[in-house]
Design a protein around this ligand. Structure first.
Ligand code: FAD
Length: 334
């Protein structure tokens, strides 16, 4: 099922290069007082369609006889390595689990912001999209329901994925996402004549709750394993990095227990600080992202969002953000 589209950036061709559907080396950023065409090189902004990803992965798995795929509901996962699917028990040395087994119980200092979004793939009657220029973020939409932006991934001059995204505590009514999309298309793409070819909806948790990375023989992976970046919701590349680290650990030491997390601990501190600001409405998200892209090179921002920047770069980036609210938010995290 083509239930989602993944966008991410990287400098070198990755494991899924053969199924990248579109890629770009520049992208628009729009804020209230800024419109900037960001030159991303050496980064490429890439898009993978869910359906291509699933077909590719099942194709690779199908070539190996030591895999058995079982479809069903996981009813129980035991820390001793047993898992019950549709009443049948399977056992293994380890369980790599991407299911949120327990609903997180948040402490008073923990919060959970939702990144919720609806996307349409539309076909317009005449050319409106710049095929070589996606829109990374466009904040020129009403911010009254929380931080809100639109992004556009053009597939051709007449076809694109347009996604209306919000950060907030509550989901909207279904028709409010449709209204947001309709309004944006009418106002900024200046057309009302288009067909909706496909749609997607998603909710990504942005939280300072720390999902347990493991419990005895259960190793949590994906969003359930804490691989969603709390301040941005980006997950795809963090999952890939985490999986590489697990495989290397298994090959080198015969077990999947990583000695250290894939990102330095200071990035969690930055994420939690930004998340605090966003979830307590200390500053509008538009202002933060606009300052980041106005006062820093896009490559520095992308590296920072990837948790791969140097401390020197981070000090420079932090110095471009409003000192008082960030300092206060940072002190709350200590
Ligand atoms: C629509 C959408 C678009 C996204 N776009 C981006 C993007 O552009 N860039 C980015 O970095 N991230 C993106 N994300 C975030 C993230 O990359 C995805 O959510 C990603 O799929 C997370 O992978 P996962 O394996 O952790 O979880 P999932 O892909 O959600 O896999 C978990 C699976 O477990 C299944 N499951 C749950 N409970 C049970 C049970 N009891 N028994 C059996 N199966 C069960 C679910 O049905 C699901 O298939 C997006 C998310 C969504 C929803």
């Amino acid at each position: 099922m083509n239930d989602r589209t993944w966008c991410f950036w990287e400098t070198n061709p990755g494991l899924f290069e053969s199924i990248v559907y579109r890629q770009w080396h520049q992208a628009w950023y729009y804020g209230e007082k800024i419109s900037r065409l960001l030159q991303l090189s050496p980064y490429e902004y890439k898009l993978i369609r869910g359906i291509d990803f699933y077909n590719y992965c099942f194709g690779v798995i199908g070539k190996h006889k030591n895999f058995e795929i079982v479809y069903g509901e996981v009813e129980k996962i035991d820390t001793n390595g047993a898992i019950v699917v549709n009443g049948k028990t399977f056992r293994g040395d380890y369980i790599f689990n991407s299911i949120q087994i327990e609903r997180p119980v948040l402490k008073p200092s923990q919060y959970n912001l939702l990144q919720h979004f609806k996307g349409w793939i539309i076909e317009t009657d005449f050319p409106v999209f710049e095929t070589d220029k996606p829109v990374l973020m466009d904040f020129r939409v009403k911010q009254e329901q929380g931080t809100a932006f639109v992004y556009i991934m053009p597939f051709s001059a007449t076809q694109a994925l347009i996604e209306f995204t919000l950060f907030g505590n509550h989901l909207l009514e279904r028709n409010q996402y449709n209204e947001g999309l309709k309004k944006y298309i009418s106002q900024f793409l200046k057309t009302d004549s288009y067909k909706i070819l496909d749609e997607e909806f998603g909710v990504i948790p942005m939280t300072n709750y720390r999902s347990p990375s493991k419990k005895d023989k259960i190793i949590n992976i994906g969003t359930a394993g804490g691989q969603t970046k709390a301040s941005s919701g980006y997950t795809f590349q963090f999952i890939q990095k985490h999986s590489v680290a697990l495989v290397q650990q298994l090959v080198s030491f015969g077990n999947p227990f990583l000695k250290k997390p894939i990102s330095a601990p200071r990035f969690r501190f930055y994420d939690n600080t930004l998340l605090y600001i966003l979830s307590h409405n200390k500053l509008p998200g538009e202002k933060i992202f606009s300052l980041l892209f106005k006062k820093n090179k896009p490559q520095q921002v992308l590296r920072f969002l990837d948790n791969e920047s140097s401390i020197k770069d981070e000090l420079k980036i932090i110095s471009t953000l409003p000192t008082i609210p960030f300092l206060k938010a940072a002190l709350k995290q200590i």
